[in-house]
Design a protein around this ligand. Sequence first.
Ligand code: C2E
Ligand code: CA
Ligand code: CA
Length: 257
Amino acid sequence: MVRQKELENHFEEAVSQRQFEVYYQPKYDVKGGRFYGAEALVRWNSPVEGMIPPGVFVPVFESNSMIIRLDEYIFEQVCRQIRQWLDRGFVVQPVSVNISRLHLYQKGFVERYLGLIRRWHVPPGLVELELTETVMFDNEELLGETLQDFRREGVPILMDDFGSGFANLDSVLALPFKVLKIDKTLLDNAVEDESAAALYRSVVEMIGKQGLSTVAEGVETAEQDRLIRSLGIDEAQGYFYAKPMPIEDIFATIQGS
Ligand code: C2E
Ligand code: CA
Ligand code: CA
């Protein structure tokens, strides 16, 4: 509780002093054999504690709703960054941004995010949203409407951590997600055991049949890389290809691939 209070007390100061930084992890296009796009991941660069990973502060800020402000701040940083790249004449690839499921219950959520996209003149499709599987246990009707609102404006939504909980694949496929990111635990199990690999394969096939694409999360080894290739995964993310990196490095990494 003391730690929680400490993090909360420093939140405002951290925002105003720009201590929250965006790291980017490239996504690997498995069939194309090159990087394509990236995921934005927040880091807290504290002058006292150094780099604090999101696993420490995101749950705290979710418990007191400060995450709403933080997510919006990160989203705007990414929109601003994309605009800067475009203005310099770079060819920009999509960046996905994590958003807490708490946003769903915020009045004006869709309008605020669309407003930021317009303010920074980000062309449709260049910024995407990641929502974790747990969102399926919220108000499904509200979720469906929210996804439709974004889709109409050309903002793709990815389901994050699919398979980490018990969301039903049919209900997920009934909603307008563009991509399903398959949770790392499924991959870890699949390399260990044949039946888990068969399950992974059938999930990928079902997703593909619905016209959605698949991302394998947390690929760490050559063996896992071989497995996901054999399973027909579209894209992959993991330390095997590239770790999350600061803004200075991301462009060269993606363009050089
Ligand atoms: P996530 O969205 O599932 O992000 C993927 C996490 O896996 C990242 O951890 C990434 O660094 C890590 N990762 C990538 N490749 C590998 C790998 O090969 N092996 C292993 N073991 N890990 C890998 P990170 O950056 O620490 O973020 C943790 C979580 O914090 C994220 O999980 C996401 O749920 C949350 N998060 C991060 N940024 C934001 C944000 O801006 N807003 C919100 N609401 N949540 C965020
Ligand atoms: Ca994510
Ligand atoms: Ca994930």
